[in-house]
Design a binder for this molecule. Sequence first.
Ligand code: COS
Length: 396
Amino acid sequence: MTTSIDMTTSATGTDSLQVPDFELSPELAAFRDRVREYADNHLGRAPEYDKNVEFPGDAVKAAAEAGLLCTTVAKEYGGSAMGNVASCVMLEEINKRCASTGVTISVHNSLVNSLLGKWCSDEQKRRWFPKLVTGEWLGAYCLSEAYSGSDAAALRCEAKREGDHYVMNGAKLWITTGSEAELFVVFARTGEDRVNGISAFVVEKSWEGVGVGKKERKLGLRGSPTTEIVLENVKVPADCLIAEEGVGFKIALDTLDGGRLGIASQALGIAAGSIELIRDHLASNVDAKGRPLASQADQWTLADLASELDAYRFLTWRAAVLRDRGVRCSTEAAMAKNTASRLANRAARAAVSILGQQGASGATVAERLLRDARITEIYEGATDIQRLVIARGLMS
Ligand code: COS
């Protein structure tokens, strides 16, 4: 008896041996083109934001008007519900041009809006989303403290329940968009247990006792303000607790899985921008007969960087697809950030080297890309933390 195996169709009628389509769908390609148009029209001031240490308020406002601050919000709350893959495509394009604008949008969408959408009640979403999706308010994510960076569960900020509210005291460090945000997601201790004693809250900037502390002087992303957020006897209404007491740490780490896709995409954008600089430089350097003068070594560098860019983009999109499907993607997101952020640093360093004196000059894009690349290996979980998450994922 011969068994015939249908190689194209599964019992459920779906294509069981389907090869993934490595092209963007027509809808996503159209969205990417729209983001490119936004970038062409509104990110031309990137060098000024960097030079003047100026928040890209005009670019962020234009992003809100273009519907780019609501990609991770459901339609019923005014979002476009485009999801994580679309957000990754968008963030790569934006970061290629301006990483300060890119990180502002990444944190707003991937850390704040995503978290509220997944964990808040319907009433809470109706309270905050109208302001967040329109960009009237920007959001910030407050996890790190002086004694809890990589070891996030060591945080000390506390929230003590007193009747119908909590009294919050503590200080958060390295807060992206700190001085510009109106809404903070704050992780604070409501119990002694290292992990299960942490809860998540929404805190509004206008409340008494909420202050913006020291602003950091930074190597890169100079248009993006990174500040301390000080919380002194802040009365946080009990209905600003997110989900329930004790699940804050899991909410924080789950949200960071999505945030890391945003930073991986930022790194891809910085890498892509650097590779384009190298390509254009090498292609324009020709002899009298129009033959390229580029050394073989420089051509190998270009080839290797471009190959890695494609590979890590697919790693990033794979994790984003999983997250859009509601599947935990901690390992895959960490793989994406680990590889893309290291590539961004190598690509930007190569751009500066290959462009020579011109590349190292503060007047060129290469120098800014190199400074902007550095942080992608540090924030939202340093490279060694990503490697730890990957190893734990593989061993579990
Ligand atoms: N999604 C949901 N739950 C998660 C999770 C995730 N991605 N990651 C961990 N958890 C859960 C674990 O399953 C565990 O729950 P149980 O005790 O019920 O099993 C709990 O959370 C604690 O996890 P874990 O034991 O791994 O906690 P650690 O203290 O060992 O944390 C690392 C480990 C280092 C991974 C974590 O502290 C981390 O990611 N640090 C970096 C923080 C960071 O990125 N900061 C940047 C802030 S924004 S600039």
